[in-house]
Design a protein around this ligand. Structure first.
Ligand code: UGY
Ligand code: MN
Length: 246
């Protein structure tokens, strides 16, 4: 069924809303039995890349460009790193440092959110080691004291890491307390529910499966609508001086 040329997707200078009806998968060199939907990339102004990797059973990722973050959406993947193998089920995640050889392989049909970013190292600060976790094991914090809006910080805020990935869970009717405008950029994947996203001068209905890129300084606000919670996975560059060389 086509929609007579209609889509909720929209691309502006300061943001992108990419809805699943506009996703076009592509192969990447070195990736085996995995198709990739690229969401954010330098080609549209982002300083990072975010894609959804759709694995056939037995499929594996190719090499990363820079450090790599994985968050399992569906299925199961194993990450082999040195002599160890880690199994990641839905909600499982990993940070893999730059130039750290690894393999990521799916045992079943799986979907994984992948973020890759060239690292901005700090002089005399060791870069973070590989990190593995499960979202369920992370304690949530109310944002600005609002218990209806819970944030889970998946990665530690340490000098050796130059990015953050969080989940944010809004009870129905919960909303950001302010229109944020900040230097950090965002990659956002809607994991559950939906609501209204205010980006720049535009207002968008958004729902599970949508991707949003927000450029630095893009005005942003979200309010959750519906009878179930809304939840998203959100990336931002983090903990680096704005004049730090990338
Ligand atoms: O971390 C953030 O900047 C987050 N509060 N932004 C957002 O949800 N759009
Ligand atoms: Mn923000």
């Amino acid at each position: 069924m086509h929609n007579l040329g209609h889509t909720r997707s929209d691309r502006q200078l300061t943001h992108l809303l990419q809805t699943p009806d506009t996703f076009v998968p592509m192969p990447l060199p070195g990736f085996d039995s995995v198709s990739v939907i690229v969401h954010a990339a330098p080609a549209m102004g982002a300083a990072f890349t975010q894609y959804t990797a759709e694995f056939e059973p037995g499929g594996s990722l190719g090499p990363a460009h820079g450090q790599r973050f994985l968050y399992v959406l569906d299925g199961t993947v194993t990450v082999a790193l040195g002599s160890k193998t880690y199994r990641l089920a839905p909600g499982g995640y990993a940070h893999l440092p730059p130039n750290r050889q690894h393999t990521v392989k799916a045992s079943t049909r799986s979907r994984v959110a992948v973020i890759e970013k060239p690292a901005t190292p700090l002089l005399n600060v060791a870069s973070a080691p590989a990190l593995f976790g499960k979202e369920d094991d992370v304690a949530s914090q109310p944002l600005g004291g609002d218990t209806a809006l819970q944030v889970k910080q998946l990665l530690p805020s340490i000098p050796g890491l130059d990015y953050a990935v969080n989940t944010m869970c809004y009870e129905p009717g919960a909303a950001l307390a302010l229109v944020e405008i900040h230097v950090m950029e965002h990659g956002l994947l809607m994991l559950e529910g939906g609501g209204i996203y205010h980006l720049g001068n535009c207002w968008y209905p958004v729902q599970t499966g949508d991707f949003i890129w927000m450029a630095p300084y893009c005005p942003q606000w979200f309010g959750a609508l519906g009878k179930t919670s809304a939840k998203y996975l959100i990336y931002k560059d983090w903990n680096r001086h704005p004049l730090a060389e990338r």
